[in-house]
Write a new protein. Sequence first.
Length: 164
Amino acid sequence: MYRIGTGMDVHAFAPDRQLMLGCVAVDHPVGLQGHSDADVLVHAITDAILGALGERDIGWFYPPDDPQWKGYPGSRFLRDMKKLLGERGYQVVNLDAVIMAEHPKLSPYIPRMTAQIAEHLGVTTDRIGIKATTSEGLGFTGRGDGILANAVVLLKRNPADVTA
Protein backbone atom coordinates (compact mmCIF):
# COMPACT_ATOMS: atom_id res chain seq x y z
CA MET A 1 0.00 0.00 0.00
CA TYR A 2 2.93 2.37 0.66
CA ARG A 3 6.02 3.13 -1.41
CA ILE A 4 9.02 5.37 -0.69
CA GLY A 5 11.31 6.98 -3.27
CA THR A 6 14.36 9.21 -3.15
CA GLY A 7 15.74 11.61 -5.72
CA MET A 8 18.80 13.79 -6.06
CA ASP A 9 19.82 16.28 -8.71
CA VAL A 10 22.55 18.85 -9.23
CA HIS A 11 23.07 21.61 -11.77
CA ALA A 12 25.90 24.09 -12.28
CA PHE A 13 25.24 27.81 -12.44
CA ALA A 14 25.04 29.28 -15.93
CA PRO A 15 24.84 32.90 -17.14
CA ASP A 16 21.92 34.27 -19.12
CA ARG A 17 19.35 31.95 -17.54
CA GLN A 18 16.51 32.55 -15.09
CA LEU A 19 16.97 30.62 -11.83
CA MET A 20 13.94 28.37 -11.35
CA LEU A 21 13.48 26.41 -8.13
CA GLY A 22 10.30 24.62 -7.17
CA CYS A 23 8.49 26.25 -10.14
CA VAL A 24 9.34 29.71 -8.76
CA ALA A 25 11.53 32.32 -10.47
CA VAL A 26 14.25 33.23 -7.97
CA ASP A 27 15.92 36.64 -8.17
CA HIS A 28 19.57 35.82 -8.88
CA PRO A 29 22.07 37.04 -11.49
CA VAL A 30 22.54 33.52 -12.93
CA GLY A 31 20.38 30.46 -13.47
CA LEU A 32 21.20 26.79 -13.76
CA GLN A 33 22.62 24.97 -16.74
CA GLY A 34 20.41 22.30 -18.26
CA HIS A 35 18.41 21.15 -21.24
CA SER A 36 15.05 21.83 -19.56
CA ASP A 37 14.50 24.82 -17.28
CA ALA A 38 17.06 23.11 -14.95
CA ASP A 39 14.79 23.26 -11.89
CA VAL A 40 17.01 21.09 -9.69
CA LEU A 41 14.36 20.79 -6.97
CA VAL A 42 11.65 19.59 -9.35
CA HIS A 43 14.08 17.15 -10.95
CA ALA A 44 14.89 15.60 -7.55
CA ILE A 45 11.16 15.36 -6.77
CA THR A 46 10.47 13.78 -10.16
CA ASP A 47 13.18 11.17 -9.56
CA ALA A 48 11.79 10.44 -6.08
CA ILE A 49 8.31 9.82 -7.48
CA LEU A 50 9.64 7.69 -10.33
CA GLY A 51 11.71 5.67 -7.85
CA ALA A 52 8.74 5.10 -5.55
CA LEU A 53 6.81 3.77 -8.55
CA GLY A 54 9.67 1.42 -9.42
CA GLU A 55 10.49 3.29 -12.62
CA ARG A 56 13.75 4.37 -14.19
CA ASP A 57 15.18 7.86 -13.67
CA ILE A 58 14.22 11.25 -15.08
CA GLY A 59 16.87 11.04 -17.81
CA TRP A 60 15.26 7.91 -19.21
CA PHE A 61 11.80 9.51 -19.36
CA TYR A 62 13.08 12.92 -20.50
CA PRO A 63 16.37 12.35 -22.39
CA PRO A 64 18.51 15.51 -22.30
CA ASP A 65 19.51 15.06 -25.94
CA ASP A 66 15.87 15.02 -27.13
CA PRO A 67 14.85 18.46 -28.47
CA GLN A 68 11.23 18.06 -27.34
CA TRP A 69 12.36 18.56 -23.72
CA LYS A 70 14.34 21.75 -24.46
CA GLY A 71 13.21 24.36 -21.93
CA TYR A 72 10.60 21.97 -20.44
CA PRO A 73 9.31 23.71 -17.30
CA GLY A 74 9.26 22.19 -13.83
CA SER A 75 5.50 22.64 -13.65
CA ARG A 76 5.11 20.23 -16.57
CA PHE A 77 7.36 17.63 -14.93
CA LEU A 78 5.16 17.76 -11.82
CA ARG A 79 1.92 17.60 -13.79
CA ASP A 80 3.33 14.61 -15.69
CA MET A 81 4.08 12.94 -12.34
CA LYS A 82 0.57 13.72 -11.06
CA LYS A 83 -0.87 12.03 -14.16
CA LEU A 84 1.42 9.00 -13.77
CA LEU A 85 0.51 8.69 -10.08
CA GLY A 86 -3.18 8.75 -10.99
CA GLU A 87 -2.70 6.11 -13.68
CA ARG A 88 -0.90 3.86 -11.21
CA GLY A 89 -3.44 4.47 -8.43
CA TYR A 90 -1.13 6.28 -6.01
CA GLN A 91 -1.23 9.57 -4.19
CA VAL A 92 1.45 11.60 -2.42
CA VAL A 93 1.25 11.18 1.36
CA ASN A 94 4.16 13.51 1.91
CA LEU A 95 7.19 14.90 0.19
CA ASP A 96 10.30 16.22 1.93
CA ALA A 97 13.08 18.04 0.07
CA VAL A 98 16.30 19.91 0.82
CA ILE A 99 18.00 22.45 -1.43
CA MET A 100 21.73 22.96 -0.85
CA ALA A 101 23.12 26.29 -2.05
CA GLU A 102 25.46 28.94 -0.71
CA HIS A 103 23.54 31.58 -2.63
CA PRO A 104 20.97 32.96 -3.17
CA LYS A 105 19.14 33.08 0.16
CA LEU A 106 16.12 30.85 -0.46
CA SER A 107 14.00 31.10 2.70
CA PRO A 108 11.81 33.94 1.29
CA TYR A 109 10.88 31.72 -1.68
CA ILE A 110 10.06 28.50 0.16
CA PRO A 111 6.36 29.25 0.85
CA ARG A 112 5.78 29.90 -2.88
CA MET A 113 7.76 26.80 -3.85
CA THR A 114 5.68 24.73 -1.44
CA ALA A 115 2.44 26.14 -2.85
CA GLN A 116 3.50 25.58 -6.47
CA ILE A 117 4.65 22.01 -5.90
CA ALA A 118 1.48 21.16 -3.98
CA GLU A 119 -0.71 22.70 -6.67
CA HIS A 120 0.97 20.86 -9.54
CA LEU A 121 0.92 17.53 -7.69
CA GLY A 122 -2.69 18.05 -6.60
CA VAL A 123 -2.07 17.84 -2.84
CA THR A 124 -2.38 20.22 0.09
CA THR A 125 0.64 22.24 1.21
CA ASP A 126 0.82 20.41 4.54
CA ARG A 127 2.07 17.36 2.60
CA ILE A 128 5.08 19.25 1.22
CA GLY A 129 8.21 20.11 3.22
CA ILE A 130 10.93 22.21 1.59
CA LYS A 131 14.11 23.26 3.36
CA ALA A 132 17.24 25.13 2.29
CA THR A 133 20.73 24.82 3.69
CA THR A 134 24.32 25.62 2.81
CA SER A 135 27.30 23.29 2.70
CA GLU A 136 29.31 25.58 4.99
CA GLY A 137 31.65 26.55 2.16
CA LEU A 138 32.58 22.94 1.32
CA GLY A 139 32.50 21.29 -2.10
CA PHE A 140 31.03 22.59 -5.35
CA THR A 141 27.98 24.11 -3.64
CA GLY A 142 30.23 25.75 -1.07
CA ARG A 143 32.31 27.31 -3.84
CA GLY A 144 29.07 28.64 -5.36
CA ASP A 145 29.40 26.53 -8.52
CA GLY A 146 25.84 25.19 -8.45
CA ILE A 147 22.88 23.86 -6.51
CA LEU A 148 21.99 20.38 -5.26
CA ALA A 149 18.57 19.11 -4.20
CA ASN A 150 17.43 15.91 -2.48
CA ALA A 151 13.86 14.67 -2.15
CA VAL A 152 12.03 11.82 -0.43
CA VAL A 153 8.43 10.94 -1.21
CA LEU A 154 5.95 8.60 0.48
CA LEU A 155 3.16 7.32 -1.75
CA LYS A 156 0.01 5.49 -0.79
CA ARG A 157 -2.15 3.37 -3.06
CA ASN A 158 -5.64 4.82 -3.39
CA PRO A 159 -8.03 2.48 -1.53
CA ALA A 160 -10.41 2.35 -4.49
CA ASP A 161 -7.56 0.97 -6.64
CA VAL A 162 -6.67 -1.91 -4.27
CA THR A 163 -7.94 -5.32 -5.26
CA ALA A 164 -8.53 -8.00 -2.61
